[in-house]
Write a protein that binds this ligand. Structure first.
Ligand code: GLY
Ligand code: MN
Ligand code: MN
Length: 438
């Protein structure tokens, strides 16, 4: 399994000589009696292993003296009876062969193995924020019991995620290909929901559109939605994390759908906003064109060497000018920006990293520097571009805009000279949407 063994080798090369890194996958979580939530592996564990079973731990031992570096998997043993109920499990031997580990053992042998691994090791790397202190204490206690034989426990405990997160931030060819496919499936789902609304019109429920999305995700092999789909009609579109999805959609409403599938461990994250009856009103259209222009301004600020936050600043400037032009705000542009008065109608950021997690890992600022400047974009970084406008009823706000909520969201990967759009297949201009819904 090439991409995974390459990643392990790159991480091993970053570890201190003589050190050991440990990372486990996610636990299974009960939903209620005898029922579990669908199992989802830990993203970083999967990034380094490609192994999707629960109850698994990866140990990376950096080269120590004459001993070469080693990648060792601990996983569930074969269990014929459990496999009748719950399905195939690799077991250590088949997992080692299939996933290219140097060794694999039953997960029950982890403690005993770690006492040996940590004896005289230079450092232990682990995801410190995840807990696991009790387990580490057991390992360190075990090592200390060997002290009279001249063995010592690692003097240093280091946080593993900063190393893995920065690897995950830069998508390799394998990841880019999966993300492009996830984007294409999600675009198809948005187009399908628009077409359904075009056919059935006002009177349908938000959940009927959600069902169209889920059908399209699954029929193309996507395992789950990457996050709970938002299908928000009328005033619900002004609730940023709305996901009850149970309102009957009224004639003249806009529908904001924020939904993306997860395919083979990678998220997509797309928002489209369209009129349920297939035609934008003049007020809806004015705000829609403004958000579209803001997204274009953000796109224009995405290429290697630009700051991560430039895209947001560019979108905000366009939105703020538009709010003045349309009478949502009064005053001078520079004052609106300095006082952040646009935040009455645009209160979120214009994007985030995206990858295995929809809000993916990776730093947005150079935290090593005192002034913490925005990070510079580099090829391989994947991000969303998602400006919006949300007009809640308020004094001084023209009534024709009340309860209109619009967001337009796409996913890109930064490339030499610009970016690659992963989500180009979902209708987006007023003309494209109205044509599809006819
Ligand atoms: N769907 C979550 C987001 O747009 O960030
Ligand atoms: Mn989204
Ligand atoms: Mn997003």
């Amino acid at each position: 399994m090439k991409p995974y063994s390459d990643r392990r080798a790159r991480l091993l090369a970053m570890l201190e000589p003589g050190s050991v890194a440990v990372i486990g996958t996610a636990p299974e979580v009960a939903r209620n009696a005898d029922t579990e939530y669908p199992y989802r592996h830990d993203s970083s564990f999967y990034y380094l292993t490609g192994f999707a079973e629960p109850e698994a731990v990866l140990v990376l031992a950096a080269a120590r003296g004459a001993s070469p570096a080693q990648a060792i998997l601990f996983c569930r043993e074969k269990h014929p009876e459990s496999e009748i109920w719950d399905g195939y499990r690799y077991g250590p031997d088949a997992a080692r062969a299939a996933f290219g580990f140097d060794a694999a053992y039953p997960v029950g042998a982890l403690d005993e193995h770690m006492v040996r691994q940590l004896s005289n090791a230079s450092a232990l790397y682990a995801p410190l924020a995840r807990g696991g202190e009790a387990q580490q204490r057991r390992w360190f206690d075990g090592v200390r019991k060997l002290a009279r034989g001249g063995t010592s426990a690692p003097p240093v405990l280091r946080d593993l995620p900063p190393l893995v997160d920065d690897m995950r931030l830069f998508k390799d060819d394998h990841e880019s290909a999966v993300m492009l496919r996830a984007g294409a499936i999600s675009c198809g789902a948005h187009a399908r929901a628009m077409r359904f609304a075009g056919q059935h019109g006002a009177g349908i429920h938000e959940y009927e559109l959600e069902a169209e999305l889920l059908h399209e995700f699954r029929r193309h092999g996507a395992q789950y939605p990457a996050y709970t789909p938002i299908v928000a009609s009328g005033p619900n579109a002004c609730v940023l994390h709305y996901n009850a999805n149970n309102r009957r959609i009224q004639d003249g409403d806009l529908v904001l759908i924020d939904a993306g599938c997860e395919l083979d461990g990678y998220a997509s994250d797309i928002t489209r906003t369209f009129p349920v009856n297939g035609r934008f009103s003049a007020a809806q259209r004015a705000l829609y064109e403004l958000v579209l222009a803001a997204q274009q301004a953000a796109f224009d600020a995405i290429r290697p060497g630009r700051k991560y936050h430039d895209a947001h600043d560019a979108a905000v400037r366009v939105l703020a000018q538009g709010m003045l032009d349309l009478g949502l705000l009064q005053g001078a542009l520079e004052d609106v920006l300095a006082e952040k008065r646009y935040a009455q109608f645009y209160m979120h950021g214009t994007g985030h990293w995206i990858g295995m997690d929809v809000h993916d890992v990776g730093l947005y600022r150079d935290t090593a520097r005192e002034d913490k400047p925005s990070r510079l974009l580099q090829p391989g970084m994947a991000m969303t571009v998602e400006p919006g406008i949300y007009v809640r009823p308020a004094g001084g706000v023209p009534e024709k805009y009340w309860n209109i909520g619009i967001r337009i969201e796409d996913d890109v990967i930064v490339r030499e000279g610009g970016f690659q759009l992963l989500t180009g297949g979902a209708p987006k201009t007023v003309a494209e949407i109205e044509a599809l819904m006819k």
